[in-house]
Design a protein around this ligand. Sequence first.
Ligand SMILES: CC(C)(COP(=O)(O)OP(=O)(O)OC[C@H]1O[C@@H](n2cnc3c(N)ncnc32)[C@H](O)[C@@H]1OP(=O)(O)O)[C@@H](O)C(=O)NCCC(=O)NCCS
Length: 350
Amino acid sequence: MKFAHGARVIGVGAGLPQVVVTNFDLEKLVDTSDEWIKTRTGISERRIASDEETTSQLAIAAAQDAIGFSGINPEDIELIVVATSTPDNLYPSTACMVQGAIGAKRAAAFDMEAACTGIVYALAVAQQFIGSGTFKCALVIGVDIHSRFLNWSDRNTCILFGDGAGAFILQATEKNEMLGTYLRADGTGGHLLHIPNTGSAYPHAGVTPPQATHGFLEMNGRAIYEFAVNAVPEAVRAACAEAGISVEDVDFLIPHQANMRIIKSAAERLGMAAEKIVSNVGEMGNTSAASIPLAMWQAIRRGQIKEGSTCALVGFGGGLTWGAAIVKWTAVDQRQTNADEKTTKKEAKI
Ligand SMILES: CC(C)(COP(=O)(O)OP(=O)(O)OC[C@H]1O[C@@H](n2cnc3c(N)ncnc32)[C@H](O)[C@@H]1OP(=O)(O)O)[C@@H](O)C(=O)NCCC(=O)NCCS
């Protein structure tokens, strides 16, 4: 698609809970093992939010990190889009909470939900506003605290997810660096990955507290696996075609971090060498809408992604939804930080 104005990513940031939960910690909760989890998923540990940490807090931390990276003033931001399935409350939106907290006085703000693909959808939405000339600077955040919606006695699901937030700053530019996007959905597969009894279709919600309780994430793991290994190559190929480049021109594949086996299988189907894969699923687990910016944030800090790299950001998840964005990374960290990740870790208390 041709836009009147170009857009580029000028900052990336992260907001992470402090507590690390390892596979060994989970061995104490459910009938599982570190070996099973690592072999089937590639995950060793994940961050889990404490009772005091909220979705909006993580989102605000990621926003401030990305603002620092890009060197912009919060008042430069004209649009805030937050992708989340797990907001603090139905409203106010997480985006409005971020807007108030960071002092983005000139910004419009709203949330959108496309489960784990949410950040790709949100990037595409922000690009539309910048491309049309409506706004010049946008803050795009993916954030989720899935741990609050997990059944911690279900070994099929509780081992997979982590909590976190990742943010991008997008700016209007003469030379477009957001080269192509592709978005798809298939609502007939919604039941394969869902969190029932959490909305207005749940008749007890809010009626009989404190007895009322919400539902938990339910998943057909095999079906989602099959869906994902096909959806990722489809989305990357289509977004590359939209960008006018070939898959070989992609320097880095930054996929939704759900499972290392899905990521490797999809990369193989695309004919991509292992060195092109960006992954932090081993230490973060599946952080849903946050996973792509968190993986990119770490890869930039570690020097894996360098200026001028062409990156394929590709997501898949509940809905079902899937999509990709081809982004040329040309930003420089305005803080000139070293490679240290300035996050602190605490021992898990479970
Ligand atoms: C969930 C997933 C890791 C399971 O891996 P798998 O190879 O498909 O495993 P299977 O479903 O064949 O299960 C094998 C066995 O392991 C068991 N098992 C499941 N979870 C386990 C765990 N945490 N520890 C030990 N055993 C476990 C199953 O009960 C099953 O036992 P059974 O054969 O006695 O019934 C995999 O299907 C997957 O990653 N799916 C995609 C999930 C996903 O990414 N969701 C989010 C998308 S956004």
